[in-house]
Design a protein. Structure first.
Length: 90
């Protein structure tokens, strides 16, 4: 890719990542924030709080019971919701 760029142009590496975290001490409530950072930043700086931006949170679809959690329709709904949320954030 870099060879096809004109002189003076650079590739910009964009990194999106999720850092799931719990909101309570029992671990029953969690969040999935999506962060944005640039891969061109030196890693020792990129890992600092000031080098990343919170884009939003992924919704979490919870099942009523184990049988629903294992069902194909529930797994499909989770994937569709995840992709839809990522499309909105990006």
């Amino acid at each position: 890719v870099q060879k096809s760029l004109p002189n003076g142009a650079n590739v910009l590496s964009v990194i999106l990542y999720s850092d799931a975290t719990t909101r309570d001490h029992l671990g029953k409530t969690s969040e999935h924030p999506i962060y944005f950072t640039l891969g061109n930043i030196v890693s020792c700086r990129r890992n600092r709080p000031y080098a990343k931006i919170l884009l939003g949170y992924l919704p979490i679809l919870k099942a009523k019971d184990i049988s629903q959690k294992r069902s194909k329709s529930f797994r499909l709904a989770k994937r569709v919701l995840y992709q839809y949320a990522l499309n909105i954030l990006t």
